[in-house]
Design a protein around this ligand. Structure first.
Ligand SMILES: [Fe+2]
Length: 220
C-alpha cells in the first residue's frame, strides 16, 4: 500500500479487531474515574522521516512478500477518557525498533543495518468504540532500554498523550530508568502488558492489549 488514507487503513484491519475485544468500563452516572495512563518520554527515535507505508501492519512493508523478523504480535486496545468514554477519530501512532534493536530513525539506522521488511512505525484512526489495532513484532531490548513500544495519541491538532508500553514480567524492566520513573504501582502496571500466545496459532503469534486513558474529553 503506497500511502492510503488512514480511513482505508482502518477498513483493512477492522475485521481483526475482535482479537482485542475485552470488557470495558461502563459509562454512566456512577462510573468510576479511570486512572490516566502515565505519560512517558517520546525519546530520540520518533521517525525523522515517515516511511512510505504508514499503515497499521508493521510486519509487511508495501506489498513485499518477505515479512519482518520477530514474534508477530496483534496489539490492540482502546483510547478512553477518564469516564470510560471512547475517544473516536484519535490517531494512534506507534514506533519501535526492529528485532535487532534498530529504529527507522536515520540517526539510529546509520549505526547498523536495519530490517528493511519491518515498517518500524504505524498509525491508526480509532473507530467509534475508541479501538485501535496493529500487527507488529514483540519488542526487544536494545542497549540501555528494556523492550518497549512508543505510543503517541493525537486528536485533530491536539496531542493527548505520549507514552510507552512494556512487557509484563520482563527481566529488563526493573533496570530501566524510564520504566522505573513511573513510581506509582498501578500506573506502572497499566503500561506493562501481557504478550500472550494465541492458542491455536500455528506460527506462535501473540496478542497484547493496551488500553490508554487520557485526561481530556475532546468532543466527538
Ligand atoms: Fe525507544
Amino acid at each position: 500500500m503506497g500511502s492510503p488514507s488512514i480511513l482505508t487503513e482502518r477498513r483493512r484491519f477492522i475485521a481483526t479487531l475482535a482479537l482485542g475485544a475485552s470488557a470495558f468500563a461502563v459509562r454512566g452516572a456512577f462510573a468510576e474515574q479511570l486512572a490516566r495512563t502515565p505519560a512517558q518520554t517520546e525519546g530520540p527515535f520518533y521517525p525523522d522521516r515517515l516511511p512510505l507505508d504508514t499503515d497499521n501492519d508493521l510486519i509487511v512493508v508495501n506489498n513485499d512478500i518477505t515479512p519482518a523478523v520477530g514474534e508477530i504480535t496483534h496489539l490492540s486496545g482502546r483510547i478512553l477518557d477518564e469516564t470510560g468514554a471512547a475517544i473516536r477519530n484519535a490517531v494512534v501512532e506507534i514506533w519501535q525498533c526492529d528485532h535487532d534493536g534498530v529504529y527507522i530513525h536515520s540517526a539510529d539506522a546509520s549505526r547498523k543495518p536495519r530490517d528493511r521488511n519491518f515498517q518500524g512505525y504505524g498509525r491508526f484512526l480509532t473507530d467509534s468504540s475508541g479501538a485501535y489495532y496493529f500487527r507488529t513484532i514483540k519488542p526487544v531490548p536494545y542497549p540501555g532500554r528494556t523492550p518497549h513500544i512508543h505510543f503517541k495519541v493525537t486528536k485533530g491538532r491536539r496531542e493527548l498523550l505520549t507514552t510507552q508500553c512494556y512487557i509484563k514480567g520482563h527481566v529488563g524492566n526493573p533496570q530501566d530508568s524510564i520504566w522505573k520513573a513511573v513510581t506509582d504501582a498501578r500506573a506502572r502496571e497499566s503500561i506493562t502488558i501481557d504478550f500472550a500466545p494465541i492458542s491455536g496459532s500455528p506460527i506462535g503469534e501473540l496478542a497484547a492489549k493496551f488500553d490508554i486513558v487520557v485526561g481530556s474529553t475532546p468532543a466527538g
